[in-house]
Ligand binder design. Structure first.
Ligand code: NAD
Length: 258
């Protein structure tokens, strides 16, 4: 039977990679996120050709709880269940705390942390009824360690690990696992876009941001690939991972070993 998977923020980057991996595995996948209509239609078409499952795009804004409720209801109404929920949507903002715009703080906390609470609230009753489920939160190495100028991001990512552990304990006896993946730097639009701001805040060149900031602590000195993060999500959703819950897997090239 095809599993149904929701991946938030999956019109780009890591989320699209995770959606692609589940689609190739034969799942029905509900993708979500923003972008040009043609790009989204192309992604739906590509994913639909991979494993025989159906692909649907839902444009819920992760800052809007009622749209998130509709995303989960649409997935369940279309496919009859939600077997895997991947909370992945994200944005970044790089600035000193005293210059950090209040609305940016609220937006990052809403997208990176509160949206996972909202998707989970609506998905958990469906998973309990089905007698199984997998919830995977895409956190970050920044869930375990900080960097300057990323206050909202680091706070939200630390927060999602707490939510992951709490949900895991609440759901452990229902055959529903809840885990986080903590990637190091992956070259996606989210990372590309922060390079100029980081260069400005630190007074260095954009090339130096890559070598001296992003890859400084990544012991491999290489960016993590989208496919490596997606493979970790597939593993956490597998039967082999049934006893793994309330924890995280770092995919960070050795960053947080230091
Ligand atoms: P990305 O910019 O490539 O993709 C972000 C996705 O989120 C897009 O599909 C975008 O449309 C969507 N999105 C943004 N705001 C949204 C909103 N309000 N509602 C719905 N969707 C929204 O970024 P990415 O690098 O692939 O990041 C994905 C996740 O991985 C994020 O949670 C990010 O924090 C995390 N992460 C990224 C890295 C990295 O180095 N790229 C490292 C660790 C963790």
């Amino acid at each position: 039977m095809n599993r149904t998977v929701i991946v938030t923020g999956s019109t780009s980057g890591i989320g699209l990679g995770i959606a692609r991996a589940f689609a190739a595995d034969g799942a029905h996948v509900v993708i979500n996120g923003f972008g040009p209509k043609e790009t989204i239609a192309a992604a739906v078409g590509e994913l639909g050709s991979l494993g025989g499952g159906k692909i649907l795009h839902h444009g819920a804004d992760m800052t809007k709880p009622e749209e998130i409720e509709d995303l989960v209801a649409t997935a369940a109404g279309t496919f009859g269940s939600v077997d895997v929920l991947v909370n992945n949507a994200g944005i970044q903002h790089v600035a000193k705390i005293e210059d950090f715009p209040r609305e940016k703080w609220d937006q990052l906390i809403a997208i990176l942390l509160s949206s996972a609470f909202h998707t989970m609230r609506h998905t958990i009753p469906l998973m309990k009824k089905a007698g199984h489920g997998r919830i995977i939160n895409v956190a970050s190495a920044h869930a375990l360690a900080a960097s300057p100028f990323k206050s909202a991001y680091v706070a939200a990512k630390h927060g999602i690990l707490g939510l992951t552990k709490t949900a895991a304990l609440e759901l452990a006896e229902f055959a529903i696992t809840v885990n986080a993946i903590c990637p190091g730097y992956v070259l996606t639009p989210l990372v590309e876009q922060q390079i100029p701001d980081t260069a400005r805040e630190r007074g260095i060149s954009e090339a130096e941001v890559k070598t001296d900031v992003m890859l400084r602590l990544q012991a491999t000195k290489e960016f993590v690939s989208i496919e490596e993060v997606a493979a970790t999500a597939i593993f956490l959703a597998s039967e082999a991972a049934r006893s793994i819950t309330g924890t995280h897997i770092s995919v960070d090239g050795g960053w947080t070993a230091q």
